[in-house]
Design a protein around this ligand. Sequence first.
Ligand SMILES: [Zn+2]
Length: 280
Amino acid sequence: MRNKPIIALDAGHGMQTPGKRCLKAIDPAETREWALNDRIADQVQGLLTAYDCTVIRVDDTTGGKDVALSARVKAANNVKADMYISIHHNAGIGGGIGGGTVVYYCSSKDERRVQAMHLYDSVTARTGLFGNRSSKVIKYGWYVVKHTTMPAFLIENGFMDSLTDVPIILSATHATRTAQGIVDFLAAELCLSFAQEDSQRPQTGGSTVIGGNHPMDTYYPAYTGPKTTLSAAMTALGINASYAHRKLIAKANNITVYIGTATQNTRMYNLLVAGFLLKE
Ligand SMILES: [Zn+2]
């Protein structure tokens, strides 16, 4: 391997790709999959500036265009990238619970399956969003993993139609943790060395902010007790659970018109359990 590895990053789809969005019943904003994919890809790119490597994005980083899969593959193959990571979010839970993370690869080499497992482990070690499907890693011929000439992986970071996954995948902290997990994997697999201090190095280009970027200490501690109501969980943590206070917290978490519906409370409860409920 050359001493400056090339990493191809692919945020799946485009902003307006039909159907690729969060389920409206769970996320009234119907956050687009590309926006979630792009937020992670941006952060991976930003974190990788600390390492001696070259990163190319094979999607349209404005989200305006859903770049054809063949063009994405061609871009990565042309520069002879050393690794290809395609970032996606899943669907197929139909408003139910569960889902989690899945990593796809397409090669009969044992090494590739081991790498896919390593990517899954690296990301879930950071995020805690473990998959509850039959397999954590799946061999499948998705176009970008099948037709790229380098080791390629497609990671599905939780389900956009899962009651439990959506509040987590919408949070900025989850995106950051996912990006860190992907970079942990890349640094280990490609034996990346730290870059020399150089102020000329490009910084991450304006990462997409969904629901605001907040430092870690602006979250309430995770509720780890037995399953209960939002108010009871808040009270157990010593948080004022009055309606007025819940309304303020809801606003901080992008629930703009909080009227205390079961869906709104479930969303806030799930955030609290995940440790991603933003303080007001
Ligand atoms: Zn996708």
